[in-house]
Ligand binder design. Structure first.
Ligand code: ZN
Length: 49
């Protein structure tokens, strides 16, 4: 289980990665509904740990 922060509301939420690469996975924020890439690149990664 990973922790990711929403780029819009900054809320931290858990993310359960599916099998395969997470590089292009899209997560929908459970708080504001915004969709964002979980890990588009090193700089823009939303993964906290
Ligand atoms: Zn959000």
């Amino acid at each position: 289980m990973l922790k990711v922060s929403c780029p819009r509301c900054k809320k931290i939420q858990s993310y359960q990665p599916q099998t395969g690469s997470i590089t292009d996975k899209i997560k929908r924020c459970v708080y504001c509904g915004c969709s964002f890439k979980v890990h588009s690149n090193q700089v823009k990664s939303r993964i906290i740990n």
